[in-house]
Design a protein. Structure first.
Length: 135
């Protein structure tokens, strides 16, 4: 997953613990990530197709998972028992506003808590957004 992905998971776990965490109904807990762009590993660059196939066969069976853009958010969901929506947005202008909009929309559709986690530089920040309870 790399250092940025690991930082996203750690930031999400800390925010979850600071917000009281708990387990509740996992179907009502979602994750929105920003900033893990994913991509192909450096060893694939500038290689001929035959060389890629040869190198690919020497890798462990699950090596590709560490390059998937949604992996940090999915790992965070597994760690806290979230079974709701999990999505990762590419880092770009307006991504934070879009993530907050998605969280609000998910809450209108039944989610109660959303962890919004964002890669920032070599680290990450996270916040838990909670649906307001009506009395």
């Amino acid at each position: 997953m790399g250092s940025i992905g690991g930082a996203m998971v750690r930031a999400g776990l800390l925010a979850w613990a600071d917000a009281g965490g708990g387990h509740g109904d996992g179907r009502k807990i979602g994750i929105v990530g920003i900033g893990w762009a994913g991509g192909w590993p450096g060893w694939l660059r500038e290689m001929a197709a035959a060389d890629v196939v040869g190198a690919w066969r020497e890798k462990p069976p699950l090596w590709l998972l560490e390059w998937l853009p949604n992996l940090p958010a999915a790992q965070l969901a597994i760690e806290i028992g979230a079974n709701g929506s999990v999505e990762t947005l590419r880092p770009r202008s307006g991504a934070r506003a879009e993530a907050e909009w998605r969280a609000r929309r998910w809450m209108t559709r039944g989610m109660e808590k959303i962890i919004l986690v964002e890669a920032i530089g070599d680290g990450a920040e996270a916040v838990v957004l909670a649906k307001e309870q009506k009395n």
